[in-house]
Design a binder for this molecule. Structure first.
Ligand SMILES: Nc1ncnc2c1ncn2[C@@H]1O[C@H](COP(=O)(O)OP(=O)(O)OP(=O)(O)O)[C@@H](O)[C@H]1O
Ligand code: SF4
Ligand SMILES: [Mg+2]
Length: 346
C-alpha cells in the first residue's frame, strides 16, 4: 500500500473503533461502535450529541483514560505526531512507556472540572513546574520562569504571585486557565478538550474559547473538542461529528453539516437549540422527544430508530451505510441508494 506523505497524513485517525465496558454480572456493554474520525494537524474537530452518546468515552480512549472496565474491542487509533512514526494507540497498554510518552507530552487533555487534573494539595506553580521539569528536563528556576510565562499567556493576572496559590484559592475561571497552562506546558500536538467551558458563566466561557483559539494558532495545535453547544461548534470547528448512542451519525465539514444537516438526529438537534434567526422569527424551539435509551437497548440497526419520526422497515434491523453528501456523510437508510423511493428529509 502506498505510504501517505508525512505532510498529508492526519494527526489522528480513528478507524472502526468499538469501545466496550465489562460488568461482573452482565454482558459487555458496547458504548461506542464503528467510529471513524480524522483530524488534521492544527485543525479542530468537534464531537456533539446529547448526554450519554459516547463523546467522552471516544475522546478518553485516545489517552487510555476510560475506567478500568473499558476495552477498545475493535479498530485502530492512529496517531502521527509531526516528524515521528505513526503509532496505533489502541494497541498500546495504558501503562506502557510509549503511552506515557504520548500522554501529557504529545497529547494533553482538559476537562469541565479543573480539579480532575489539578491536585488540591500543591500550588498551581509547583504542578506546572513539575510537568515542565519532567518533560523538558529544565532546572527548577528555569521551569518556574516558563510557568510564569505560561500563566501570563493564558491570562492569569499577577502570574508570579498566583503561581504560589493553591487551586482552591483561585476563581473557577482562573482554575480553568491554570489547567490550560498545565496542558500546554509540553506543547502538545493535540489538545483534547472535554466540555472545558460548560461549567463557566457566559462571559468567562467566551473568554476561554477565545483563549483556546489564540493558543491553538500560537502552538499550531489540533483540538478534539467536545461540547453540547452547537454555537460553540459553529465558532471553532473545522469538522464536526454528531454522535448518537455510540454511533457517529453525521460528520464532515462544519459549514456543510450546519447548512444542510441530513440525518434526522442532526436535524432534530439543530431544531432544539436557540438561534438568532429563530429568535427573530419568534419560532419556538422543539426539544427532541424522548430520551437517549441505554446502550443495552440499542437496536442492531440505526441507533436513532426509537425516536425517529421517519423510521421505516429496515431501520431497527440493519445499520445504514454511509451516504456521501458532498463534503460530509450521514448514516441513514433514507439517504442511501436502496431507499430512494422513500421520502428523503431535506
Ligand atoms: N464505567 C462505565 N461502565 C459502563 N458503562 C459506561 C462507563 N462509562 C461510560 N459508560 C457508557 O458509555 C456511554 C457513553 O458515555 P459518555 O460519558 O461518553 O457520554 P457523553 O456523550 O460524554 O455524555 P455527557 O454529555 O453527559 O458527558 C454511557 O451512556 C454508558 O452507557
Ligand atoms: S435510518 Fe431510519 S431510524 Fe435511522 S435516522 Fe434514518 S430513517 Fe430514522
Ligand atoms: Mg461527556
Amino acid at each position: 500500500m502506498p505510504q501517505t506523505p508525512m505532510a498529508d497524513r492526519p494527526l489522528l485517525k480513528i478507524e472502526d473503533v468499538e469501545i466496550a465496558f465489562s460488568s461482573p454480572d452482565e454482558a459487555d456493554i458496547v458504548a461506542v461502535r464503528q467510529v471513524d474520525l480524522a483530524l488534521g494537524p492544527g485543525k479542530t474537530l468537534c464531537l456533539v450529541g446529547e448526554s450519554g452518546c459516547g463523546k467522552s468515552v471516544t475522546a478518553r480512549a485516545v489517552l487510555h483514560l476510560n475506567d478500568q472496565n473499558a476495552v477498545i474491542s475493535r479498530g485502530r487509533i492512529l496517531f502521527s505526531p509531526p516528524g515521528d512514526e505513526t503509532v496505533d494507540i489502541a494497541a498500546l497498554k495504558s501503562d506502557s512507556l510509549a503511552m506515557r510518552k504520548i500522554r501529557g507530552n504529545q497529547i494533553a487533555m482538559i476537562f469541565q472540572e479543573p480539579m480532575s487534573s489539578l491536585s488540591p494539595v500543591h500550588t498551581v506553580g509547583d504542578q506546572i513546574d513539575e510537568m515542565i521539569t519532567l518533560h523538558e528536563g529544565l532546572k527548577p528556576r528555569e521551569a518556574r520562569e516558563r510557568t510564569v510565562s505560561l500563566l501570563d499567556q493564558v491570562g492569569v493576572p499577577g502570574p508570579r504571585e498566583r503561581a504560589d496559590s493553591y487551586p482552591f484559592q483561585l476563581s473557577g475561571g482562573l482554575r480553568q486557565r491554570a489547567m490550560i497552562a498545565m496542558a500546554l506546558a509540553c506543547k502538545p500536538a493535540l489538545l483534547i478538550a472535554d466540555e472545558p467551558t460548560t461549567a463557566l458563566d457566559v462571559t468567562t466561557q467566551a473568554q476561554i474559547l477565545d483563549l483556546l483559539k489564540e493558543l491553538q494558532e500560537d502552538y499550531g495545535m489540533a483540538m478534539l473538542f467536545i461540547t453540547h453547544d452547537l454555537g460553540v461548534v459553529a465558532e471553532i470547528a473545522d469538522e464536526v461529528a454528531v454522535m448518537y448512542l455510540g454511533d457517529v451519525v453525521e460528520q464532515g465539514n462544519v459549514f456543510d453539516v450546519f447548512r444542510a444537516p441530513r440525518h434526522p438526529y442532526t436535524q432534530a438537534l439543530m431544531r432544539s437549540i436557540p438561534t438568532i434567526a429563530r429568535k427573530k422569527e419568534r419560532q419556538r424551539l422543539s426539544p427532541i422527544k424522548g430520551t437517549v435509551p441505554s446502550a443495552k437497548d440499542r437496536p442492531e440497526g440505526c441507533a436513532f430508530t426509537s425516536r425517529c419520526p421517519y423510521a421505516f422497515e429496515p431501520c431497527a434491523g440493519t445499520k445504514p451505510d454511509r451516504a456521501p453528501l458532498g463534503n460530509h456523510v450521514a448514516r441513514c437508510h433514507l439517504l442511501t441508494e436502496s431507499a430512494r423511493k422513500n421520502e428523503v428529509p431535506a
